[in-house]
Each structure stands twice: as C-alpha cells, then as structure tokens.
Ligand binder design. Sequence first.
Ligand SMILES: C[S@@+](CC[C@H](N)C(=O)[O-])C[C@H]1O[C@@H](n2cnc3c(N)ncnc32)[C@H](O)[C@@H]1O
Length: 231
Amino acid sequence: MDSVRFKIKTLFDNYYKLFKGRIDKFFRRFYKHQHQLTSTTASDRYPQLFSETARIFGEANQEKILSFGCSTGEECFSLKKYFPRATIIGVDINKRNLKKAIKKNSYNDIRFYHSTGENIKREGGYNLIFCLSVLCRWEDTKFVHNSEKLYPFEKFEVTVESLASTLLPNGLLVIYNSNFRFEDTATFIDQGFEIMESPTLCDSGFVYKFDRNNNRITDTHAYCIYRKNPR
Ligand SMILES: C[S@@+](CC[C@H](N)C(=O)[O-])C[C@H]1O[C@@H](n2cnc3c(N)ncnc32)[C@H](O)[C@@H]1O
C-alpha cells in the first residue's frame, strides 16, 4: 500500500515539476489585486529599519501609522515599541491573516482592516506608512530577467501612488523588500518626495530589483525611507 502511495506521490510531483510554470500562471490570475503572495512575518523583524525610521521621524505628540500588508499583526505590535503613542492601522488583503491579527490584538490603538482603498483612505492621513516585504513577488522574480509577466512596474506604481496620497506632509513612506525603486515612479517627483539617506541601512532588502521597464538591475539599492515634503 505504501509503495502505491509513494508511486502516486512521485507521479504527481513529476507532473507538477513539468507543468509548474503553467500551473502557477493559472493560479496567479486569482491573485490579481495581491502583491506578495506569501504571509511570512515575525516579531521585530526589521529592528534597524524601525529604529532608524523612529530617529528620522523624530518626536511627535501623536502619530498615525499604516502598516500595508500587516499579515498576522506582528509588524503592528512591534511598531508599538518604537512608536508608543501611535495609533496603528494594519491592513491586509488576506482575510485569514486579519482574523489571526484581530484575535491576538490587546491594544485599543491598533486596528486591523481589510485592505481596500476605502478603508485605507477613511483612516488616513498617516504620518508613517510601512510597506515591508509586500510590493513584490518573491521568489517568483528571482528567476527572471524581466518581471513584466509576473509583477509589472505599473502595479507597483499604482499602489504607491494611492498610498502616498494618504501620507501627510512631512510623513515618511518606508518601502523594504520591493521589486522596484520608489524613486523611479512619477509619484516620487509629483508628490514632492525626498530620499532620507541613512548610514546604518546598507540596502533596501534582498528581493531583486527591476527598473520601470521591468528589466532586472543588479546595482545595490540602499534607500527605503522617503519623506513627503510640504508643498
Ligand atoms: C511577506 S508578508 C509581509 C508581512 C509583514 N509586512 C512583514 O514584513 O513581516 C506579505 C503580506 O502582504 C499581503 N498583501 C499582498 N497584497 C496585498 C494588498 N494588495 N494589500 C494588502 N496586503 C497585501 C499578503 O497577504 C501578506 O500578508
């Protein structure tokens, strides 16, 4: 019996390997509005980035933070350590993640919502927006020279444009582990953003970068914190 099971499993594995590309392509169409497909997260996952953002942001009486792609909530709970007075809004497209986040939440000033434009706008404007390990398709994009079919630049650009419009003047947009550089978007110029260089942050993540034509770039990209200048 075990050997029959083993043979069936091997057959399935071999078929999957053979048709992996087509199978993945078929399933991807159900995730049109989704960026990163996996939900990996952890407590205090980016300590250097969090403390550097807090240092650059400086003192404020009250901050409003958006965690875009908060997964099961750990990012929001961790941010509370660095921004103790903040109200934190976590949004995610995956409702199962949100259920888990809501179950774990014991803070009055952390709230979780489904990631719709309406919910994000209603809770804005924000002083800080974190998009960490969200604006990408990893590891799919590890194996291609051009990302267009997997994750096109336009998808990134449309999302950052709408997020940036909910950021308050002097607010910080933090993007880490994305497939694209924020400074390549029209939003960076049009909404008056500036790169906040930091000597302690040496890269913007391990996810491979592509240019606005979706071609892979290999130079190290070090920027992850951007300030929206007042007009
Ligand atoms: C790898 S996890 C990152 C979680 C957390 N930011 C971190 O870095 O630990 C990516 C998350 O982005 C979410 N996501 C993907 N597309 C999204 C979208 N359009 N709006 C909100 N969340 C999205 C996924 O559901 C997933 O929970």
